[in-house]
Design a protein. Structure first.
Length: 286
């Protein structure tokens, strides 16, 4: 197929909160494109309406990418210019846009970025943590086993670690991070970036866990954790024992503590609430 006939794919950043965070070029390209591939067309329509853009939009998301992706590639091979957007930030980052880009590259279709807002990097530069080296992991695996394996693999990485998390999973994730990486590890919970209630909560992992056990998490979060520092190995090990909460309770009871005292000490060591320790014991029938 001739270069004149072949279309192209643009990956456009969209605001992560404030609708003013669009580049002039991105607005122009959204208006000039033949089609916009959107993660959620209803959500994207609000952005398009704000900028008086009337380009047709079609849904392209995680659940239809295997069938919709080839259809979009066929349109581009026929000459269409398509702009792919996610609900917020850069498409392709924890987003099915990466799959469409791969299909386009394999088909010889030009792929170009329309840079702009990104939650991970926006949180990183304001975190106060090291920005010279960092690793982005997005949302942790849903499987407890896979989460543990990943955290075990990265616990000694020296670069700043970046994760995404939803409010209803935040406390569980903070507990797992504290247990695997060390409750004393410096961390930042950034939420509602560029929005009215933007917040950077800078504490240790254990302190963040305690804070959100007392204050219900609200909004979407970016979690940043400082990299491993070999010079702090002793402190890391003293913060979080290798044992699980149930194992630690049993070990403390064997040392002569009552169940109540063992639960209180376990909660303190792991940065958990006593209620959460109690629930874990009930679940494991200890």
């Amino acid at each position: 197929m001739s270069e004149e006939k072949r279309g192209s794919l643009y990956l456009s950043a969209t605001p992560i909160g404030n609708l003013e965070d669009m580049t002039f070029r991105a607005v122009r390209m959204l208006g000039e494109a033949d089609l916009i591939a959107a993660e959620d067309t209803r959500h994207t329509r609000k952005l398009l309406s704000h900028y008086d853009i009337h380009t047709a939009a079609t849904s392209y998301h995680e659940h239809n990418k295997l069938t919709k992706g080839p259809e979009l590639v066929a349109k581009m091979l026929a000459g269409a210019v398509i702009v792919c957007v996610s609900d917020a930030g850069l498409p392709g980052i924890s987003d099915p846009g990466a799959h469409l880009a791969q299909l386009a590259v394999e088909a010889g279709i030009p792929v170009s970025p329309l840079p702009g807002a990104n939650a991970a990097l926006s949180a990183l530069i304001c975190s106060g943590l090291d920005t010279t080296a960092f690793a982005f992991y997005g949302f942790l695996p849903k499987s407890v086993k896979k989460r543990r394996e990943l955290l075990e693999n990265i616990k000694n990485h020296q670069e700043t670690l970046i994760f995404y998390e939803a409010p209803h999973h935040l406390k569980e994730t903070l507990h797992q991070l504290a247990e695997a990486l060390g409750a004393g590890r410096r961390a930042v919970a950034a939420r509602e970036l560029t929005k009215r209630y933007e917040e950077f909560n800078r504490r240790s992992l254990g302190e963040l866990l305690t804070y959100y056990q007392e204050n219900e998490p609200r909004g979407e979060f970016v979690l940043l954790v400082e990299g491993y520092d070999a010079s702090c190995q002793e402190a890391e090990e003293s913060c979080v024992p290798a044992a699980s909460p149930a194992e630690l309770v049993q070990a403390l009871e064997q040392q002569g503590l009552s169940r109540k005292e063992a639960m209180r000490e376990t909660a303190k060591k792991l940065g958990m609430s006593r209620r959460d320790v109690y629930q874990l014991l009930l679940q494991q029938d200890v």
